[in-house]
Ligand binder design. Structure first.
Ligand code: ADP
Ligand code: MG
Length: 154
């Protein structure tokens, strides 16, 4: 399938495996997500839901499995994975954590620009302008200089 094929899966995962020592958490997970789909992983605490997400965004390295995301490379974790392939997977995915994981010593605006500036080398003025637009879009413009401890959980 060509990457521009609108019927091609946005995310295709097959045979995803991950163990922590003798604890075999993922024993061959297959899933496909198409553009516009919402996929819900349901399972008891400790069943591996978070581990699936962490394997897909590069916070964990799967022991095996093939992952292809949004027309990018088809990455086979049973082989040695190149840095470029790893970056390609991680660059265009994002994870909203159960806990906020904001930098407590940085303001809202500084938290929002940290990724683009540090990881993607976006010029600071450009990152600030974009962050201000995004904060306005979600009704948080007036919180730009607040610290995480000054925000409500929601
Ligand atoms: N970094 C880790 N080191 C060792 N064990 C881990 C690690 N991360 C998760 N686990 C174990 O993997 C299993 C699945 O955890 P997790 O993916 O967080 O489950 P869920 O999100 O479904 O509650 C649990 O037994 C957990 O203790
Ligand atoms: Mg979890």
């Amino acid at each position: 399938m060509s990457p521009t094929d609108p019927t091609a899966p946005l995310l295709a995962v097959s045979g995803l495996e991950k163990s922590f020592g003798s604890n075999r958490v993922l024993a061959g997970v297959d899933l496909e997500v198409r553009r516009g789909d919402v996929l819900v992983l349901i399972g008891p605490s400790g069943s591996g839901k978070t581990t699936v997400l962490r394997c897909l965004n590069g916070l964990e390295t799967p022991d095996a499995g093939v992952v292809a995301f949004d027309g990018g490379p088809r990455v086979d974790f049973a082989q040695k994975v190149s840095k470029a392939d790893r970056t390609a997977l991680r660059d265009r995915s994002a994870m909203v954590f159960q806990h906020h994981n904001l930098f407590p010593h940085l303001t809202v605006l500084q938290n929002v620009i940290e990724g683009p500036v540090q990881a993607h080398g976006v010029p600071k003025a450009e990152a600030v302008a974009r962050a201000e637009r995004l904060l306005a879009r979600v009704g948080l413009a007036e919180k730009r200089d607040a610290y995480p401890s000054e925000l409500s959980g929601g």
